[in-house]
Design a protein around this ligand. Sequence first.
Ligand code: DP6
Length: 324
Amino acid sequence: MGRAAENAECTASPSLALTKYWGKVDGGANIPATSSLAVTLRELSSTTRVERSGGTDMVLIDGVPQSESRFAPVFEAIRAETGSTEHFLVESSNNFPTAAGLASSSSGIAALVCAVNALLGSELPAWKLSRIARVGSGSAARAVFGGFTALPAGGTEAQPVHDANHWPELRVVVAVLQSGPKAVSSREAMERVRRTSPYFAPWMETAEELFAEAREALSIRDLERLGHAMRLSYLRMFSTMFAADPPVLYWQSRSLAVIHACEDLRREGVPAYETMDAGPQIKVLTTNDHVERVRAALATEAEQVLVSGVGEGPRVAEKTGVEP
Ligand code: DP6
């Protein structure tokens, strides 16, 4: 045990899946059914401040109180792991749109878990923090590590794959097409797909090949191969949603316009490989010398264009230490 603190603050960046976690293993422990490979988005971040509170846990995101049940499993896992009986007040804010399919839950929950770890002085190793974060959100298990990470199918925690310096030229250009929160959460959509989509079983069967291909391409920094596997992953993931009952339709007409714009860029020799998550936004993988071309192509459709490199893991930014 280290020193306990009065409060702690942590900043974490979201984890963007290159190949997708989509679907859970039965049993309710929030264990992924598919292996995902992800990159940490340096320029996007959630900053989370925690302090002890009375008898209840409370989470505010951008000042808005969140439902207790959403975060209860995370607090329970933290208490079980640390032996603490305390409760926490958590205030989190994002420098990008919240709950819009930009992986704010991954960075928010990773920051929360790391901040509470610092507050309690518990010094849990990263793999344990990843396991706790997974209970809150599968993608958050990855955001506990920086650089490139993997969360294996059936696994309880993520693993670091390459550090943030592995691919300095890599950039992710994000087209924010609609910044409001999504109507259907990724959790609800995944569950609906599992129950009703005839394409869920084939998705799970082929997801592992794409993961292995993407991992190999990433290790040798082959953007064309990585982009190809990444596009198949998101398009197959969405195929499961289109075939669900009722269908899950995150796409907007502008999403399709940006998908076509990326196709045009590639035809002109510009590496621009898109992916999407549970929302209409598009994230495009490219390299630093093509960023301006990609940004210009996306700007006509987007409310906002964000550009990110590969980020480090969570940073505990502030800690007012007192002896316990
Ligand atoms: C499409 O991690 O938000 O972004 O574990 O239910 O909280 P829960 O889901 P979450 O889902 C992420 C889905 C995805 C793909 C990915 O990030 O791998």
